[in-house]
Design a protein around this ligand. Structure first.
Ligand code: ADP
Ligand code: TRP
Length: 456
């Protein structure tokens, strides 16, 4: 299956309008039928323009909910947040060194900024190096396709350029990605009928706002200014209501209305009412999912955690290749990309995906001490003998009814290559392996096996 990657930046106010839907999200859902998709909320990119804590939080949360609601089924889709995968920033810092200044100076976003409102010396470096972070976003996943709007095409070209340079200077680590811009929706014009639909231009039709707001936006949509009376023959071309009906109307009914409109047999209001009804109908399921997700923050968090876990696996593999190719890895190297701390490990036990399983080191250990730490009602502190070393490992299973007697002097399997994690002022150096039981996690017994034995 071919792979694609794309992202949306939570700039503006993080909301999505029908232009974003047709130009981006709908493309993703179509492509997900036949592609493995990595879709990202590019919050690090938003920092280039949004430097207000509350606003960035709100925008990012809004975009996450809206996008998830519109995507619906996440089959073939890994949905994640850029800042949850630190390898993006790491790769950017390496790409810095193979990117000539001139390449970035030619980027439209930077040039537009200069043309508009700021002096070169005042442009923040984040904005200037925006295409490089985007290159890192893309190259980490080695996608075949990068679906973007027309305005982002140049960034994908810059990415190809940077990837080509890296491959030539070091070794061919990166795949050169192709931009993918479906022609018919390349740019959806706004309700003014003149400019690209964009939040900042106030010419949008929103998806998740209150019904009255959407109704107002539809009623204010540009039609045919020459048409004064409902029985004047009207024009279809450039008439935004009909443009939108191409996407949201039913074929037969839309053709009927077109004909009636050109013959002066139907009023603007009637056509607009039809568009409004179709929009409400199209987005009813997404609006419902949105309400549901909003009420269930844990569900949203779980989706993001699953996404981060999957992306860590892919991104750290690429980073390993980059470290090797550049010579950052040498004979004294020890660095390993740690496993992500995933949703299910919040209680200090490892319930893991199959991807992580492939990278997990698992050893037999004997619990030689088990105590209840002071000031904690959840944790149990284990001292685990792995044969050649003893480790402190915290596990949070008291809330599930486990006591120290369930562990003391018994042998279990432990995950031993996790990054240490600070708990109760101590480092927890691993996790006890659990399997999903009917009502609570179960610990697999390793009784009789040699201490420290590496199972995988
Ligand atoms: P906005 O211009 O409203 O701020 P963004 O620039 O954040 O939107 O774009 C998010 C995604 O939606 C991008 O993939 C972009 O190409 C797409 N997009 C935005 N506006 C339109 C539009 N009017 N027509 C088609 N696609 C659009
Ligand atoms: N810059 C893109 C936009 O504003 C969003 C984005 C960030 C992106 N990283 C990406 C798109 C990687 C495609 C691939 O729309």
């Amino acid at each position: 299956m071919k792979r694609l990657l794309s992202g949306i930046t939570p700039s503006g106010d993080g909301s999505l309008h029908i232009g974003n839907y047709l130009g981006a999200v709908k493309q993703f859902t179509e492509l997900a039928k036949t592609h493995e998709c990595f879709l990202m909320v590019a919050d690090l990119h938003a920092l280039t323009t949004i430097q207000d804590k509350a606003l960035l939080q709100k925008n990012t949360e809004t975009l996450i909910l809206y996008e998830l609601a519109l995507l619906g089924d996440l089959k073939n889709i890994t949905f994640f947040r850029q800042s949850d995968v630190p390898m993006h920033a790491e790769l950017q810092s390496i790409l810095n060194n193979v990117t000539p200044l001139g390449l970035l100076k030619r980027a439209h976003a930077y040039k537009d900024k200069l043309a508009r409102d700021v002096m070169e010396d005042d442009v923040n470096v984040g904005l200037f190096s925006y295409p490089m972070l985007m290159a890192a976003d893309i190259l980490l996943y080695k996608p075949d396709l990068v679906p973007v709007g027309k305005d982002q095409k140049q960034h994908v070209e810059i990415t190809r350029d940077i990837a080509g340079r890296f491959n030539k200077i070091f070794s061919p680590v990166f795949k050169l990605p192709e931009p993918y811009i479906p022609e018919e929706v390349a740019v959806v014009l706004g309700t003014d009928g003149k400019r690209k639909m964009s939040k900042s231009l106030g010419n949008i039709i929103s998806i998740f706002d209150d019904e009255e707001i959407i109704k107002k936006q539809v009623m204010g949509t540009y039609t045919d200014p020459q048409r004064i009376h409902a029985n004047d023959p009207g024009h279809i071309e450039g008439n935004m209501v009909f443009t939108y009906l191409e996407f949201f109307g039913e074929r037969g009914k839309t053709d009927e209305l077109k004909k009636a409109y050109t013959e002066g047999k139907v009023s603007d209001i009637e056509v607009k009412n039809y568009l409004y009804d179709r929009l409400m109908k199209t987005f009813a399921p997404a609006r419902k999912v949105y309400e549901e997700l909003k009420r269930n923050p844990e569900k949203v968090k779980k989706i993001l955690q699953d996404g981060a876990e999957k992306t860590h696996t892919v991104a750290s593999q690429t980073m390993k290749e980059v470290r090797d190719a550049t010579g950052i890895t040498n004979q004294y190297s020890f660095f390993q990309y740690g496993l992500s701390h995933s949703p299910s490990d919040v209680q200090g036990l490892a319930l893991i995906s199959i991807d992580e399983f492939s990278r997990v080191e698992m050893r037999v250990g004997k619990v030689v001490e088990a105590t209840y730490p002071e000031k904690s009602e959840k944790l149990i502190r284990l001292v685990v003998d792995l044969g050649d070393e003893k480790r402190v490992i915290f596990t949070g299973v008291r809330t599930l009814g486990y006591t120290i007697d369930d562990f003391l002097d018994k042998q279990f399997f432990f995950v031993t290559n996790l990054a240490p994690r600070k708990m109760m002022n101590e480092e927890s150096q691993g996790m006890i392996l659990a399997v999903d039981g009917a009502d609570k996690p179960l610990f697999l017994s390793a009784e009789g096996m040699p201490l420290g034995a590496k199972i995988r």
